[in-house]
Write a protein that binds this ligand. Sequence first.
Ligand SMILES: [Zn+2]
Length: 233
Amino acid sequence: MFYFSSIEGRKVLKTDLLCGIEHFFTTRELCLFAQEADMSGNRKIVEDYLGQKMATNQPVHGVHIEDVVQGKFFYEKTDGLLLHHGQAAFMNFGDCVPIILYSQNKGIIAHAGWRGTAQKMAQVAIKKLVGEYNIEPQNIKAVIGPAICSKCYEVGQDVYEQLLGTVSNQDCGFCQDNGKYFVGLKDINRQQLLECGVEQIDVCPYCTACGEKLFFSYRFEKTGYRHSAVLKL
Ligand SMILES: [Zn+2]
């Protein structure tokens, strides 16, 4: 279940699935990254709150996941960061799906837009935790953060069909209406997680484009501002 909390009076979103683990999704009130503006003041607020410096990444819509190492804070050309105990990171989003995975003092933050979802980023991340750390999928907690909803996200038929091919159960996340194609990337990522054995999943109910304007929508605002997923282990 998602709920609001605050840092220095600025609204952030958290989930009780990760109770006891420092994590949150920033809202428009605490933007950590913008293409056209300096957000270092807000990053300092968060780093002071966490008591340490955060790593971050340059997303490229792939499925590579980089291990965060001590003393390195910027990771080029990667859409996933794996954190160990004592590390903190943030990752930026403007409609794409933020995924946070946690188990046994290992955590991953991942970025999955339609391209990452088509390449099954969620399953790539689960396989990394299973393969490298011997963690069972049923012991992994998975959080799908705020992202664009299926009503707001029209795609071409080619993208729709690519995404259909990523899941066996296609009941959720796919809709055709008057020759238009819509996908729910949060639903598809949830299904990908279920289909590789993950049982503990919390999906954020908020859309970045419709409803309350809590987050940033690249598609509808063409903005360079981003909201972020933050994790500290
Ligand atoms: Zn929406």
